[in-house]
Write a protein that binds this ligand. Structure first.
Ligand code: HEM
Ligand SMILES: *[C@@H]1O[C@H](CO)[C@@H](O)[C@H](O)[C@H]1NC(C)=O
Ligand SMILES: *[C@@H]1O[C@H](CO)[C@@H](O)[C@H](O)[C@H]1NC(C)=O
Length: 556
């Protein structure tokens, strides 16, 4: 009895001590951040009204109440910048995230991304965000730094070279033709439909083919275990869509579920890696050449061809762990934001008939008027996509108005950003956040900022619409820019080439949201404003009617 009693007392004492230490670190962290904010405020830097206990959470809440429900946090932080009339300001969302310098002007963003140290360093809090997505504590190409980033970045680069990306196009186009068939069926019905589930399924299958060399078949016959586990994981992470609600991530049951599903996901991905490694070994034994453009296959072929690895018949555990985490990240990076951008295209281009007409005319001219022959033409000569100048400009303009992502860098003592009014912004201990919504609608940079004018990207420097270098930064710039950008631009041009002439998309927001009168002023009167869901997604999965345009039959 005595020992049990002693043990109970000891463990109680231990638990108490742990709790005291936790509370102490929590309070001291809070105190440090809060007094830092006070100092910045006192020295005249732009800081929204700050509360000792709540930091900026109340400010964020007030700003989000001026926005329609579900609006993305980028609009919230943009709204606070507008209220302060500042190019950049300090924002303290602790304990939701570390303190930020929110940047709304490309010139300050460029100072950060061009800086010798900061330009290549991602803030540590990103790993926390990515942990459920990639596993491995959130360590992946997005979040890694220094030598480790360089080493692992190199491993994946061969996939992204232009010739290899072109070699993926038959698979990409194959999936897009399935998407086109599904759309054709949808034109038979007059009801409102949601487009986003279809583009997500499409991108799911594209990623399956080009990353994993797997047929996930989510467009046609349900879910492959691999994508099911991945989508479940993303679903667990992204159920919250509010800055304040994201505190819900502290829910221990949710964490347990994420941990468990993460294990299932790893099993599925490891199984696929092992399958492809075995396929490589079998090809090697038979003396054939292992040719595949899929990322996983390229990585494995290189791995087994390294001088020290020639004797290996399977992947070693360390490499397997690394590959598994990176592939999980690539699944997410490759799928979510591209699908979201496809929706932005269907919303913005079809909202502007004059732009749509020019896109279609360019497709006739470059790809020929026979739309049935178009996919084959692209496969045969992928560089034909480079001649779609107007289409590319329309894509860039859509991305400008509805950017799916944002940028973040780790500030440092040596980096003090300089505003156009001479204001100095120290960045030590702060994450510099490039707010793409704000930067790419900034009236100081963009003439007629809210208008949809693809022409901006076609005119020369003498034209008033010509954007300055570094202003359009949808994929961010500098050393840590988006690895997938060339691939994205190919996919989106193919997407438009296959759907723009045949279909019409008519958004139906007013019908679907007729009950809910919302004020769209601070989301720039955009009915398909961005909402929080992984990468930023146009609102409400894009309710629309899709019909046959009649353009193709008229032209062929
Ligand atoms: C419309 C689609 C996409 C957008 C808007 C986008 C945007 C971005 C942005 C803004 C960054 C830089 C983040 C920062 O500076 O903090 C980034 C990084 C990255 N993106 Fe994308 N991305 C897209 C699609 C893709 C695709 C399809 C892939 C791969 C298949 C990809 C892979 C990556 C990777 C690996 C990084 C990390 C690069 C590094 O830090 O070294 N992205 N992306
Ligand atoms: C694709 O996957 C999602 C998520 O698992 C699922 O809801 C959907 O039904 C799947 N598609 C088809 C055609 O079954
Ligand atoms: C993008 O990043 C790569 C890899 O670090 C770099 O070589 C390239 O110059 C960067 N491009 C731009 C436009 O910043």
């Amino acid at each position: 009895m005595g020992t049990v009693w002693l043990l109970m007392q000891a463990s109680l004492g231990f638990a108490l001590a742990v709790a005291v230490v936790r509370v102490f670190t929590f309070v001291s962290e809070l105190w440090q951040i809060r007094s830092y904010m006070r100092r910045l405020q006192k020295s005249g830097k732009p800081v929204p009204p700050h509360s000792l206990v709540m930091g900026h959470l109340l400010q964020a809440k007030a700003a989000s109440e001026e926005l329609p429900p579900g609006a993305h946090s980028a609009y919230v932080t943009n709204r606070l910048a507008t209220k302060l009339n500042a190019e950049a300001y300090y924002f303290d969302p602790w304990p939701v995230a570390d303190p930020l310098l929110v940047v709304t002007d490309y010139r300050l963003a460029s100072q950060a991304t061009n800086h010798e140290w900061t330009g290549s360093v991602k803030p540590p809090m990103l790993s926390r965000w990515f942990a459920p997505i990639s596993g491995r504590g959130g360590v992946n190409l997005f979040t890694q730094n220094g030598a480790e980033w360089r080493r692992e970045h190199e491993i994946f680069l061969p996939f992204f070279n232009n010739a290899n990306l072109d070699a993926t196009l038959p698979a990409v186009i194959g999936e897009m033709l399935i998407f086109r068939d599904i759309l054709r069926q949808k034109t038979q019905q007059k009801d409102i439909m949601l487009l986003e589930p279809l583009t997500l399924n499409l991108m799911n299958d594209v990623i399956g083919r080009v990353i994993f060399n797997a047929e996930l078949k989510n467009q046609t016959s349900g879910s492959h275990p691999l994508s099911k586990a991945m989508l479940r994981q993303l679903g667990l992470k992204f159920t919250e869509n509010d800055v304040v609600q994201s505190l819900g991530n502290l829910n221990p049951l949710r964490s347990l579920e994420i941990w468990y599903n993460g294990r299932v996901l790893n099993q599925k991905i490891r199984a696929q890696i092992k399958r492809r490694a075995a396929a490589f070994q079998a090809t090697k034994r038979s003396g054939d050449h292992f040719s595949s453009s899929a990322m996983l296959d390229r990585v494995l072929a290189n791995y087994f061809s390294e001088p020290g690895h020639l004797h290996l018949t399977s992947v070693d555990e360390k490499f397997l762990t690394m590959l598994c985490a990176q592939l999980r990240m690539f699944f997410f990076a490759g799928y979510d934001s591209t699908s979201s951008t496809m929706i932005s295209l269907c919303y913005l281009i079809w909202k502007h008939p004059e732009v749509l007409a020019k896109v279609r005319a360019e497709h006739d001219e470059v790809l020929g008027r026979n739309t049935e022959a178009c996919p084959g033409k692209i496969v045969e000569n992928p560089s034909i996509l480079n001649s779609l100048h107007y289409t590319t400009a329309a894509i860039k303009e859509s991305m400008r108005l509805l950017p799916a992502a944002a940028g973040a860098r780790c500030g440092c003592k040596d980096l003090v950003l300089k505003g156009s009014d001479g204001m100095e912004y120290p960045t030590e201990g702060i994450s510099v956040q490039m707010n793409h919504v704000a930067i790419m609608r900034n009236p100081a940079t963009w003439p007629r900022p809210l208008e949809f004018l693809p022409k901006r990207f076609l005119v020369g420097p003498e034209h008033e619409l010509y954007p300055p270098k570094g202003a359009w930064r949808i994929f961010e710039l500098g050393v840590r820019n988006c690895t997938g950008q060339a691939f994205v631009m190919k996919e989106l041009r193919v997407f438009l080439a296959l759907v723009a002439r045949e279909f019409d998309f008519k958004e139906c927001y007013d019908e679907v949201y007729s009950e809910q009168k919302v004020d769209l002023t601070h989301v720039f009167n955009e009915k398909a404003f961005l909402t929080e869901s992984g990468s930023a997604h146009p609102r409400g999965k894009f309710p629309c009617r899709v019909s046959l345009s009649g353009y193709t039959s008229a032209s062929s």
